[in-house]
Design a protein around this ligand. Sequence first.
Ligand code: 0YR
Ligand code: MG
Length: 372
Amino acid sequence: MQITSIETFLLHVPVTNGRIEDSTHLVTHWGAPGCIINTDAGIRGFGYTGTHGHLALDRILCQYVLGVYAPLLEGEDPLEIQRLWSKLALFPPSVWTGRHGISRLALSCVDLALWDIKAKAAGQPLWKLLGGDHAKKIEAYNTDGGWLNWSEQRLVDDVRQSVEEGGFRGVKMKVGSEDGNRDLARLEAVRKVIGPAVKLMADANGRWDLPKALRIGRRLKDFDVGWIEEPLWYDDVAGHQALVQSIGTPVALGEQLDTLDQFERFLEARAVHFVQPDAVRLGGVTEWLQVADRALASRLPVVSHVGDMMQIHVQTAFAHPASNSLEYIPWLRGCFVEPATAKDGYFVRPELPGAGTEVTREALDLYGKPTQ
Ligand code: 0YR
Ligand code: MG
């Protein structure tokens, strides 16, 4: 098989209620810049990443795929993913201009499209191609709620609905308010409404300094918080290590890390308990698998961050033994041929051949933006 051409696309899809906030981000649209890799076999591979919908940055991303990576891919065999991944990731002119950030996101678009081709060529969903487990149960916890810009009443109503109507066995809420006591009051209110059986996670999105994280972190066990996510600045390994040794609540992180090497530093330091790789911020499924294997070797659970809005991470969850639960955020669900679905608190196993990344024509028409 040969790659014949590469196209790019860009989706901007409104988030729930048009605006959400955590302690560091304000998001109105989820961005999905991506690419379609065409082959001489007629198979088309779809890959994309996830952004906060900044038009100029999203266009640079599309341009990176087209201008830098497409010429390196044309004429190549798309099934040789490891070789192509190295060819792109280690492309000599990009040594100083792009090993992280935009180049990594662009690499993930390409990598997902290549895995989509490989799985379609095999006539199997990706989880099966990777040797997954059809009988496995992937627990869904709801992340689309608990936003920091919501009042306590709205927060409480929302988690009640998630549990009673949505069937979720876990919810995540944002913390990292200016006033730490506001966070504690909201945690108390939420734990009260969901009762002791439902899992409760808290996400500070990198907002606290170590003293604040220690003060609030020590209180989290009062509300049986399952993990505190990104308590400190993203790449502060020593800070997380100190925190882990001082509070009783487990620490989760990984959504801002974009290489295996960064994960290795946290794992070596034992500064993380729940490992949260995101295939669309790392260099795709290829590097996600490396991180997940590394976590497995440390006997730590993998709970992916879903910048892809679940499509690829449902596949990797069914594929990988360390990954048994996943966050639920439905913002992009309407865009895919086989949308990721949770039912009665568990993810439904994908059945169509491919990586689950194929976008519908209708979604491209409805949410598509010009890529330059
Ligand atoms: C805005 N998930 C997160 C929102 C999310 C953010 O980016 O989706 O809160 O990335 O922390 O765990
Ligand atoms: Mg998070």
